[in-house]
Design a protein around this ligand. Sequence first.
Ligand code: BES
Ligand code: ZN
Length: 849
Amino acid sequence: MKDASPQTIYLKDYTPFGYVVEGVELTFALAPEATRVKSRIRFAPNPDATDRTFFLHGEDLTLISAAIDGTPVTPTLTEQGLTCEVPDAPFTWEAEVEIAPAKNTALEGLYMSNGMYCTQCEAEGFRKITYYPDRPDVMATFDVRIESDLPVMLSNGNPGTQDGGVAEWHDPWPKPSYLFALVAGDLEARSDSFTTRSGRHVDLNLWVRPGDLGKTAWGMEALRTSMRWDEEVYGREYDLDVFNIVAVDDFNMGAMENKGLNIFNSSAVLASQDTSTDANFERIEAIIAHEYFHNWTGNRITCRDWFQLCLKEGLTVFRDSQFTADQRSAPVKRIGDVIDLRARQFPEDQGPLSHPVRPESFQEINNFYTATVYEKGAEVIGMLKRLVGDEAYDKAVALYFERHDGQACTIEDWLQVFEDTTGRDLSQFKRWYTQSGTPRLSVEESYEGARYTLTFRQRTPATPGQSEKLPQVLPVAVGLLSPGGEEVLPTQLLEVTEPEQSFTFDNMPDRPIPSLLRGFSAPVVLERESDAAEQAFLLAHDTDPYCRWEAGRGLARGSLVASVVDGADPDGAWLDALQAVVTDPALDPAYRALMMGLPTQSELAQALYEKGITPDPDAIRDAVEATVRATADRWADDLPGLSEEARVAEPYAPDAQQSGKRALGTRVLSLVSRLDGGSAAEAQFEAADNMTLKLAALGNLVRLERADDALAAFEAQWKDDRLVMDKWFGIQIMSAPAPVAVERAEALTGHAAFDWTNPNRFRAVMGALVSNHAGFHRADGAGYDFLAGWLARLDEKNPQTAARMATAFQTWRRYDDDRQAKMRAALESLRDKPKLSRDMGEMVARLLG
Ligand code: BES
Ligand code: ZN
């Protein structure tokens, strides 16, 4: 458990491994308490390396025997692995180890979930399966033999002999150990097939526990769509005869891109109308695409070391966003991504956990699968594409695949293909990868004699370990509107590279109104003296859907901040301007639903913090509630018509059009339930034929404290469905009135179905409490103590999931002294706990700063 002095790993210390692996053969004799793993690995000295230390990673393994070229050897064992004397020439290493998958509660390596064997090896889980150079720059082909009496036994690649009790798999593509996977159990498949555009026939299987087959149609459809899309848009074909996906109930993350054998958290792949919301369907489609896209961006071209994680994750998130934009509505997807970035990445980048998209050091790599590496990493690629243009982007990416197929690469390799195709110098752009923190961009305008000038100033506040910041390349997409609302300058990309920089626009007969940062063209905080009249103008006239939405959002923030700070009434001008947009039948219902959404309470806390004001969670909650009520009152006459528009007459489908309507309906219901005390919500709960409408209704009833009957009925109906019960646990806490949220969470942890070792169930309760902003931040600190207590408990079983959840404390320094002291105490109690994991140890140390 706790390392005496946990080691810090640095990017600058990278050296290649002293040996190459020419092939791996593994044999698994499966047994819950005593699985035997035999390995046969062909090593040869690596001509590109100077250090010939033969060190193999290995953790929690019992070594039974080891031999080199058939002669038994006695390696030196440590907690982290082994070293051994080896020949100065190619040799074959053989070892046998014993492991206990049934006792593996960390869900890394080989473990069991509901009687089924499965693996999770990224990032450093393979070392819990056998001794191996468990680093992504060691790539090898794998031949796997599995022995057990279970009916289904899977591994990577193409199937070989599949005889009673034995299954063989051969993966012809060299891969790093983190992409290894094995699954065995009593499983059933939905099967289909796909023919690649060059004519390869691929068998597709989605494996689930018996009983879940009815939830597999959507996942399979999403897989086929993803495969076609990657051929059409990136020219990338699938490269094996089978593609298997397995759904697993106990899984730390959403899903994993193991070569030819993707393993999914069942919540990220199983869906049906009765059990899943529209948001679940959309997320599933995106995750299937994401993991499938990794086959090229991650698997065929992988990372040299874990510092390069954004090379595969940032790029693959960018690709899955493009995919979703194509399948659904591009503006709605973009706005959703911006909301998500600001809600998760901005707080990270402006607090104690701030780190560059490519970090320079870590103790536990699991702690760096972050919104910064993923979402900011994807934004960086979006900026690159904007700067070089779509055609050059396509050329550069094609060169990347051609030049680096089969290699383990770095961000330098990635940027080099862009430099080579465009002739551009990207050294300043590279700061997006090395410099942490959210740049702030302020704007000033002047207008003189038909010349309009925009002056930008950029500045990035200091972040942990980085006090001096250099100017970055900020692509700022700008359009100009005339006072009459006409677009006088269509979108132009300005490149802000200096600390201060001006751009002039001539022949402007009238002073134009700027539409700035169109499409959210750079992940910055745009500081602009809020001018409500201008925002209302843009809300009415902007042609850029993101800027139009952002204008409304800016007005909402302004109004809410004024309510929080001096108890002002909601801004009537904003509500009237918004009303015009929301009731405009020419606009997409999904877009109107986004327009109706108020900033969340934590987003307001973030906005206040960015303005230098200490957020008061109770005042924020009161201001939001007062604003929602005022909106409901003001729009009362429009609500029945909007409800009607949101009604879906056709049979349920989770497509963009229908989900847009239901999203609008859900916004309307939340307003209506402010006026009718919940009767419409009750009626909807009774009548709903899908989970989207059911859950929306239930949330309102919980908030109004009249959900007892509905909750009981829901539980009776769904007690045997783990994924639906996660929703049942979550909504009671998420939507609870803030003062009782902690007690609700506490009571639910006593429920017989609260299996806290299941990551989904643990997150359903703890994540829901954290998302209830005023509930979690209750002034007496009960929320903090409750969470810290459970994190301490989970840390002993599952450090990865516990440490991730600890990020709930990342904003602790922005609150008042009392709350700060209470959060600090909660964190210190964690820090001082004996047997703290490396994951949690590093996390808490960084949080405390
Ligand atoms: N490679 C990751 C899964 C992973 C993350 C494994 C951390 C080990 C440690 C996978 O490709 C991934 O990124 N999954 C995301 C979902 C995706 C849509 C962003 C996840 O699991 O949340
Ligand atoms: Zn990924």
